[in-house]
Design a protein around this ligand. Structure first.
Ligand code: ZN
Ligand code: FE
Length: 254
């Protein structure tokens, strides 16, 4: 059974350690803060055997070298991780299978935030690590990809089973919520979810992970097809509506 340990690091990132108790294999999903990740692994009594990167950004792959130097971990990730200094030991992309001890995960390319961005999907555990592709009530900024590409990536994630638990890499939820409710004010699921989110944050608790079902009913980016009327683009295609929503969010001063 897959064990997951989540902890905050840097200003608003989450670190994740995943562990297979059968074999002892332990992977850091991204490396925002090597020191903190090593400390957390120590505290759990887990030895890091692997690093799995979602994309090349420094707050995701910046700690690779330090963790590898300390533990000898094997780094698995998209080819673009080379931009941070060193190529992964194993380069993976859409359709590849990666293993944590005896537990299998599937790699999805979810490019858009960066071109090579990937997600790791544990089908059996119904868990996905989505990096900066999809956030609670938001999605990654389009630094490298096109809106069409990002829309297709989000559709891949939306196609997972509704009860999939999604682990995203940042606590951006309250800020995302301000945009979501601005665009989709009459959505009752969204209103109820924001009340929950505010309660969690007031108690110092994370809003990550989240379920895909909740995202599908409340995340404005996944709801692009339903929001055509709201943003007065009744005849636009889904990705065009997504593109417009993404641009609005980039310029939103909430
Ligand atoms: Zn990023
Ligand atoms: Fe990030």
């Amino acid at each position: 059974m897959l064990q997951i340990h989540q902890f905050p690091c840097l200003s608003d990132n989450y670190g994740f350690l995943i562990h297979d108790p059968e074999t002892g294999a332990t992977a850091a999903i991204d490396t925002p803060d090597a020191e903190e990740i090593l400390r957390q692994a120590d505290a759990k009594g887990w030895r890091i055997t692997d690093v799995w990167n979602t994309h090349w950004h420094p707050d995701h792959a910046g700690g690779n070298a330090a963790i590898k130097a300390e533990t000898g971990a094997t780094v698995t990730g998209p080819a673009e991780v080379e931009r941070i200094g060193r190529a992964p030991d194993r380069i993976v992309d859409d359709g590849d299978v990666v293993k944590l001890g005896g537990i299998q995960a599937r790699v999805l390319n979810v490019g858009g935030h960066t071109l090579g961005h990937i997600a790791f999907v544990f089908d059996e555990a119904r868990v996905a690590f989505v990096g900066d592709a999809l956030f609670a009530l938001g999605c990654g900024r389009l630094f490298e990809g096109t809106p069409q590409q990002m829309w297709a990536s989000l559709q891949k994630l939306a196609g997972l089973p509704d009860d999939t638990t999604l682990y995203c890499a940042h606590e951006y939820t309250q800020s995302n919520a301000r945009f979501a409710i601005h665009i989709d004010p009459c959505n009752r699921d969204l209103q109820a979810r924001i009340a929950e989110i505010d309660k969690l944050r007031a108690a110092g608790k994370p809003t990550v992970p989240m379920t895909l079902a909740a995202e599908k009913s409340t995340n404005p980016f996944l709801r692009a097809p339903q929001l055509k009327g709201a943003i007065m683009l009744p005849d636009a295609s889904d990705w065009e509506v997504f593109a417009d929503l993404r641009k609005r969010k980039d310029n939103f001063k909430g």
